[in-house]
Design a protein around this ligand. Structure first.
Ligand code: SF4
Length: 274
């Protein structure tokens, strides 16, 4: 079992950061926490300054942002006066990592957004905890989409790459629940990991929208950041080295095409756009 993360409470000076690069379709990114206890092996944040200059390993610490909802309220007012506000939540943490059960920072931010809605907010997570906030997501209506990471349908693959992340079946169930509640959802097969031929058929009943992305297209550096993480060894250990290939996404995409219409599928950045 993964030990609980080292928690620190911090009062940030700002919350909304200008969105750049891969996330340029947004005006801002919003991270309720610093760090991420899911600690996925392929997480490109591992190599970024936020993680690289910390003494503790990525995945072992979480900074809880105090006073976040009040700060967001002020920042939303200021930024909305300048023009449209499209928020990507989150770019360097999972807003529904286990700490959120108790701390409820993400919930407080959604409460603020439900009161003073931005033009759009994408909630990017791999946690079924997002279903707790269905009331707020419903209030945000067509201004919100929940993007649930489902990188594979194979539990042994999920455990090898992201042992602390929620099981795949729980994520599929969460997608189904949100959709039934009228919340706009998508499955993000991102990054593409080895999967079975059944994958597309499992996604079909829980979503009408799927985005496929891989290390090369999606890590913001043409795959260079990911290369440094040494993931090849995990593929080799699983005996699935053929999936460590720039064309792996195509295999998954073609399988999805059997069950989804082309307009229901998206590739990389366009799939994460508002
Ligand atoms: S959930 Fe996202 S932010 Fe957290 S470790 Fe995994 S990839 Fe990184």
């Amino acid at each position: 079992m993964t030990p609980p993360p080292i928690l620190r409470y911090k009062k940030p000076k700002s919350l909304l950061n200008r969105a750049t690069g891969f996330l340029e379709d947004y005006t801002h990114t919003l991270n309720p926490y610093g760090g991420c206890a899911f600690g996925c092996s392929y997480c490109y944040v591992r190599g970024m300054p936020v993680a690289a200059f910390r003494p503790e390993a990525w995945g072992s610490w979480v900074d809880v942002k105090e006073g976040a909802s009040e700060l967001l309220r002020r920042e939303l007012r200021r930024e909305s006066a300048k023009g449209p506000v499209r928020i990507f939540m989150s770019s360097s943490t999972d807003p529904y990592q286990p700490t959120e059960y108790k701390e409820r920072v993400t919930r407080s931010l959604l409460e603020t957004m439900a009161e003073a809605p931005p033009d759009f907010v994408l909630v990017q997570t791999r946690s079924p905890l997002v279903t707790r906030d269905v009331d707020l997501l419903q209030r945000l209506g067509d201004r919100v989409r929940v993007s649930m990471t489902v990188e594979t349908d194979l539990e042994e693959v999920r455990r090898a790459f992201a042992p602390a992340a929620p099981p795949i079946a729980a994520r599929l169930k969460a997608l189904a629940e949100l959709r039934a509640a009228g919340v706009s959802v998508q499955a993000a097969v991102a990054p593409v990991l080895p999967s079975s031929e059944r994958f597309a058929a499992l996604l079909r009943p829980v979503t009408d929208r799927v985005v496929v992305d891989d290390y090369e297209m999606g890590d913001g550096s043409g795959g260079r950041r990911t290369k440094r993480l040494g993931l090849e060894a995990i593929y080799a250990q699983l005996g699935l080295s053929e999936w460590y290939s720039p064309s792996a996404w195509r295999t998954v995409y073609d399988r999805l095409l059997v069950h989804f219409r082309e307009e229901e599928l998206r590739i990389s950045r366009s799939g994460f756009a508002p």
